[in-house]
Design a protein around this ligand. Structure first.
Ligand SMILES: Nc1ncnc2c1ncn2[C@@H]1O[C@H](COP(=O)(O)OP(=O)(O)OP(=O)(O)O)[C@@H](O)[C@H]1O
Ligand SMILES: [Mg+2]
Length: 241
């Protein structure tokens, strides 16, 4: 469960990247976070994961405050950042073992998990290559595998589907569904409205740091009193003109 309680953040004291944001994502839910470029999605995610501090408000993950108990909280979530260009000099397998060490994944189960995940994501054959030789999508997938290695309860994914080929995207969506169906939490940002429409139990739409809407698609239609597509409702809600 994720609780974002009246959170605000400004990078420059003049404008807010996120303003008075309130969101609660219960266990068992896939929550999609939507909004145009610069809306405040990654800023929110970076505050959830303790990368950026909050200016005011608080964020709880499974009841624990990310700023007060960072180490405990970091053990229970997995975070996939918006850019996968990290650890480029490491070989895939070195990065995965590094993640295994960090999260104390016992060596008895680690190799089997690495093999199973790498095979599912079609990366098993390149684990001995440096990550800098990987394509964007391959980098996305190796980061994802590193995150899944310690089987975190809460998944926080910043545009995880960008750059994935159809098979990998299908697989990841399926894994997100399975994870939520086990009573765990999935929070992800996306620009792909069809994905949000098909995959998410609820969506939040943010624009210029302000939450415009939070609910399921049915509630959004009622809000708009219409049968419009998610795309049309999204565009109306985030029309900056
Ligand atoms: N490190 C930073 N320093 C200063 N300003 C920042 C920083 N990161 C983000 N911003 C600003 O905060 C606002 C929100 O940015 P954010 O990255 O959260 O948007 P986003 O919704 O993730 O957009 P995108 O869809 O393009 O990824 C933008 O105005 C951006 O310019
Ligand atoms: Mg972003």
């Amino acid at each position: 469960m994720i609780e974002i309680l009246d959170v605000s953040k400004s990078y420059n004291d003049a404008t807010f990247a996120v303003k008075n944001l309130n969101l609660t994502i219960p266990n068992g839910e896939i929550f999609g976070f939507l909004g145009p470029n610069g809306a405040g999605k990654s800023t929110t995610i970076k505050m959830m994961t303790g990368i950026h501090s909050v200016d005011s408000g608080s964020i709880l993950i499974n009841g624990m405050n990310i700023e007060k108990q960072p180490l405990e909280v970091k053990k229970i979530f997995g975070y996939v950042p918006d850019s996968p260009d990290m650890f480029l000099r490491l070989k895939g397998i070195e990065y995965l073992n590094f993640m295994g060490d960090m999260y104390e994944v016992p060596s008895s189960i680690r190799q089997e998990r690495i093999r199973a995940l790498a095979e599912r994501f079609d990366l098993y054959g390149v684990l001995n290559d440096q990550i800098q030789s990987y394509s964007h999508g391959m980098r996305q997938k190796i980061i994802m595998i590193g995150v899944l290695l310690h089987e975190p309860e809460v998944w926080i994914l910043d545009e995880p589907l960008t750059g994935l080929d159809p098979k990998s995207a299908f697989l990841l969506k399926q894994m997100m569904r399975e994870h939520a169906d086990k009573g765990k939490t999935v929070f992800f940002s996306t620009h792909v409205l069809e994905v949000a429409e098909k995959l998410c139990d609820r969506v939040g739409i943010i624009n210029k740091g302000h939450l415009q809407f939070c609910g399921n698609l049915q509630e959004m239609r009622e809000h708009f009193k219409s049968d419009e597509s998610l795309e049309k409702m999204f565009l109306e809600m985030t029309d900056n003109a």
